[in-house]
Design a binder for this molecule. Structure first.
Ligand code: GLP
Length: 240
């Protein structure tokens, strides 16, 4: 695992965007793994600037990590909407090549199986962007998720629901369930890039990077990956 400590969130985004841009220049038809939440936002901003300067991502495919169960795709907090506004539009991705799990599918188990198949059909994920939850989760793989897990329905922890309540009108509105790529699914990506910013992430980053490999800290699974880069600002690196 490569750990890159930078001064600011913006600088973290620049470094992450550089990794994605190099992969896209090598293979314009690459498959991007897109994350939601605050962590990838500076990377999307920096990538958007590169797109404005000529980087072409229009032939890339993309898969989002996770989605809430039960809220409509156009709900402002749904990851369909977040991915559309934060990634598809600014990065000028082709919406037809971008897939987000459908948290309102009639059969959620079938939706998860189809998603795994679609990733395989796309040739696997070339570069997967990741954030990290304050409890060490990646995607929505909460502590105790199997390190070999595949895309499936999960129950959100109270802590994650409270962390994400800022995106909803009230904490009660945060869904209790989600669909998420599994840790095993995430580890199949050829390159992992995790961005963390702020001192509220410092404990999770230290546990993931320097702690034992453990299902109690899902992000520690990055220790198993041959090409994982963790980009942290000084606050998030403060317990390393
Ligand atoms: C959310 C998302 C994760 C994200 C994490 C951190 O619940 N499902 O993919 O990495 O929690 O969020 P943030 O970056 O906003 O701190």
């Amino acid at each position: 695992m490569e750990i890159i400590i930078v001064e600011s969130f913006d600088e973290a985004g620049d470094v992450a965007a550089g990794i994605v841009a190099r992969a896209a220049e090598t293979d314009p038809e690459l498959t991007l793994g897109l994350a939601t939440g605050s962590s990838p936002l500076s990377a999307y901003r920096a990538l958007s600037a590169r797109v404005d300067a000529g980087l072409d991502l229009s032939r890339a495919s993309a898969f989002a990590l996770d989605e809430y169960v039960g809220i409509p795709a156009d709900h402002p907090a749904s990851y369909h909407e977040v991915i559309r506004l934060e990634a598809v539009l600014p990065l000028r991705l082709d919406p037809a090549r971008v897939r987000v799990l459908d948290g309102r599918a009639a059969d959620l188990a079938v939706e998860c199986e189809d998603y795994e198949q679609a990733i395989r059909d796309a040739g696997g994920v070339t570069v997967q962007l990741l954030g990290i939850g304050t409890d060490g989760h990646i995607g929505f793989n909460e502590p105790t998720s199997s390190l070999a897990s595949r895309t499936r329905i999960k129950t959100l922890t109270t802590r994650t629901r409270l962390d994400n309540a800022r995106f909803f009108d009230s904490p009660d509105e945060v869904p209790r369930h989600c669909l998420t790529q599994g840790i095993g699914t995430i580890l199949d990506a050829r390159k992992l890039v995790l961005v963390a910013s702020g001192d509220h992430k410092a404990d999770a980053v230290a546990a993931a990077v320097e702690g034992p490999l453990s299902a109690f800290v899902p992000a520690s699974a990055l220790q198993l990956h041959a090409d994982a880069t963790v980009i942290v600002d000084e606050a998030a690196a403060s317990r390393l």
